[in-house]
Design a protein around this ligand. Structure first.
Ligand code: CTP
Ligand code: MG
Length: 228
């Protein structure tokens, strides 16, 4: 089976609160999303990478993406939600991808995904019937907040993992699951709702999602430490 990637990049970065969507903020010398796409384009197993942009995106054309090579495809079909953007991207890729090909869905806002993580995902799931996702065991103690932001309960973190991306599933199953269960926050959620059990492939906290300003500084440290 072939491997392809879909990168939802049509968000506005409202929690980050910058003047432009966070995927275009400068990170270690180039737009954040350049790092994300470079990691995917460098992965030998991945044959093509679809970037899903917002129909009104006026930032993408302002940069030079030629260093990323010939695997890259841009589609201006982002939707109202992340899941909708992914579903639209899958539809745009339809003529190039077969039902049982693997699709890696990866957040534009995760620029620190490493070659080793991508290798582990593809290798560990190569013979899997369902597919799965990168994830990291929860490290912090979890509290449920109640009235007045007071602790109502301490939850066990036993067996809890934080879902990351890429999430890798078969094209056909993923597309049908997202169509049937559009109110999910990740692909695995749709696959689970459709009755399958995705595999967790262990990664670590360095595959962070840039959500708030502090995450950008952390991402920069992680990328720079890998250059040494
Ligand atoms: N995304 C998308 N289409 C949307 C919403 C999000 O393609 N309608 C993408 C984002 O660009 C990001 C990824 O999905 O790469 C993960 O979403 P998130 O971190 O929530 O990014 P934003 O939605 O941009 O941020 P916020 O929720 O703070 O507004
Ligand atoms: Mg969002």
């Amino acid at each position: 089976a072939h491997h392809y990637a879909i990168v939802p990049a049509a968000g506005s970065g409202s929690r980050f609160g910058a003047e432009m969507p966070k995927q275009y903020l400068s990170l270690a010398g180039c737009p954040l999303i350049h790092h994300t796409l470079a990691a995917l384009c460098r992965c030998p197993a991945i044959e093509r990478v679809w970037v899903v942009l917002s129909p009104g995106d006026r930032y993408w054309p302002q940069y030079d993406w030629s260093a990323l090579g010939a695997k890259l495809e841009t589609v201006y079909c982002g939707g109202e939600t992340r899941a909708q953007s992914v579903a639209n991207g899958l539809a745009a890729a339809e003529t190039a991808v077969a039902d049982d090909d693997w699709v890696l869905v990866h957040d534009a806002a995760r620029p620190c995904v490493s070659a080793a993580m991508l290798d582990a995902l593809c290798r560990e799931l190569a013979d899997d019937a369902v597919g799965g996702l990168l994830a990291a065991p929860v490290a912090d103690t979890l509290k449920r907040a109640g009235e007045g932001q007071r602790v109502q309960a301490t939850l066990s973190r036993d067996g809890l993992w934080q879902a990351q991306t890429p999430q890798m599933f078969r094209y056909g199953v993923l597309r049908r699951s997202l169509a049937a269960f559009p109110d999910v926050t990740d692909e695995a959620g749709a696959i689970e709702a459709a009755g399958y059990a995705p595999r967790l492939v262990r990664a670590d906290a360095s595959n962070l999602k840039v959500t708030f300003p502090a995450d950008l500084a952390l991402a920069e440290m992680i990328l720079k430490s890998r250059r040494e």
